[in-house]
Design a protein around this ligand. Structure first.
Ligand SMILES: NC(=O)c1ccc[n+]([C@@H]2O[C@H](COP(=O)([O-])OP(=O)(O)OC[C@H]3O[C@@H](n4cnc5c(N)ncnc54)[C@H](O)[C@@H]3O)[C@@H](O)[C@H]2O)c1
Ligand SMILES: O=C(O)C(=O)C[C@]1(C(=O)O)C=C[C@@H](O)C=C1
Length: 361
């Protein structure tokens, strides 16, 4: 692929453009808000000048409700040899395109399973898709050329291609993406009017559960409107668990020993099923889940602390698999949690203690 056109230069469009531009593809950037395309160009994602002729691949990265109309216009205008979209839902946009009577042989519906709770080009990064699944939904009519262009895009973004049927994709993301978004929003919504004395105690648990509650509601209204049935099915199952859990907690709160025992069994059941589900979440880069050990270290809120601790971990020969930072309320310090292979724990602890770091249990 030598040339590409990205239509919609927000988080996803600009991230793909940055990856392509960084690997030598000439990328043109278009957005219905020209300031967004200008920002993406200033970040090094390509040029905001229109291409002079058809490009190799057009990537449509606009909100789901605008995907079909944007694609139809690009296909009818002959903007590219192949066209794909990256929307979070696949069945609806394809049916809308079919209804518009567009020739769909050069079109492929795709969905990278990577993103962030922030929107716009300034949130984009060239490595957003690295190691992440990128779903392709070809049909019998899809041209081999557009399939090959999509595979090249995915390889250039260092993602992992996964081929699926569009409706099966929508049912899968209802479970692993769309319902989690709603549940995160509902937990975060409890905080809206909560007392400040409670909110200032927020620790890592609630940060983990509510990160995606900061996502753009307009985008999610679009996504959920295009996948309401499958999401309602999963949410109904969650609601049944919620009902059972409330009943178990009420029983635990009663004065009757038998009811309390039943309540404890109900709570244990949901927690154990949660453990079992969590072990099925793939690890970094889509590999089999790995259980890491966490080493927690106190860090000061001053320049260079993170660089210093990473350098000391490097000195211990330890690969940091994941990292989290928790800032202590009202203090010039915080905790950094370093997730590492269990066998590396003794050597990391020894080195960090030698280098004067304060470790926490
Ligand atoms: N945010 C995520 O985590 C994520 C992950 C994977 C896929 N997606 C999908 O990627 C697409 C883009 O999402 P995003 O997070 O980058 O959103 P975003 O809000 O960051 O960017 C969308 C961009 O599209 C532009 N736009 C809107 N309508 C347009 C039109 N008709 N023509 C041209 N430009 C238009 C907007 O000005 C904006 O710059 C969506 O379809 C979304 O479902 C999002
Ligand atoms: O990590 C996040 O912030 C995301 O919400 C990303 C996420 C997801 O659910 O995994 C959200 C929607 C997209 O369609 C794909 C990815």
């Amino acid at each position: 692929m030598r040339t590409a056109l990205v239509i919609g230069t927000g988080l996803i469009g600009t991230s793909a453009a940055l990856a392509l531009a960084g690997r030598g593809v000439h990328v043109h950037l278009v957005d219905h808000d020209p300031a967004q395309a200008e920002t993406a160009a200033a970040l090094g994602a390509g040029t905001d000048r229109a291409p002079e002729g058809p490009v190799d691949l057009a990537i449509v990265a606009v909100p789901p409700a605008h995907v079909a109309a944007t694609l139809a216009e690009a296909i009818r205008g002959g903007a590219a040899r192949g066209y794909l979209d990256v929307a979070s839902v696949k069945g609806g946009p394809r049916r809308e395109l079919e209804a518009l009577g567009v020739d769909l042989t050069t079109y492929l519906g795709t969905h990278p399973m990577a993103g962030r709770e922030r929107s716009g080009p300034l949130a984009a990064t060239a490595d957003l898709f690295e190691g992440r699944p990128w779903v392709l939904t070809p049909t019998r009519d899809t041209d081999t050329e557009v399939l090959n262009l999509a595979l090249e895009l995915i390889a250039l973004c260092r993602a992992v291609p996964v081929v699926m049927d569009a409706d099966a994709h929508d049912r899968a993301v209802a479970l692993v993406s769309h319902t989690p978004q709603l549940v995160s929003s509902m937990v975060a919504a409890r905080l809206q009017d909560a007392d400040e004395t409670a909110v200032r105690l927020c620790g890592q648990g609630i940060r983990d559960v509510t990160r995606i509650a900061a996502s753009d509601p307009r985008m999610w209204i679009d996504i959920l409107s295009a996948n309401p049935g499958p999401v309602a099915d999963v949410l109904a199952a969650v609601a049944a668990d919620l009902d059972g859990t409330v009943r178990a907690l009420r029983a635990l709160d009663s004065g009757d020993d038998g009811r309390r025992e039943d309540g404890a069994a109900g709570i244990a059941d949901v927690l154990r099923r949660g453990n079992a589900g969590r072990t099925r979440v793939p690890g970094k880069h889509g590999s089999a889940p790995t259980v890491y050990e966490t080493v927690t270290v106190l860090i000061g809120d001053q320049p260079g602390e993170l660089a210093r601790i990473f350098a000391d971990a490097g000195r211990a020969g330890v690969n940091i698999e994941d990292v989290r930072i928790e800032h202590a309320a009202g203090q010039q310090a915080g905790h950094i949690q370093l997730m590492i292979e269990p066998t590396a724990v003794p050597s990391l602890i020894d080195t960090l203690q030698e280098r004067g770091w304060s470790l926490r249990q």
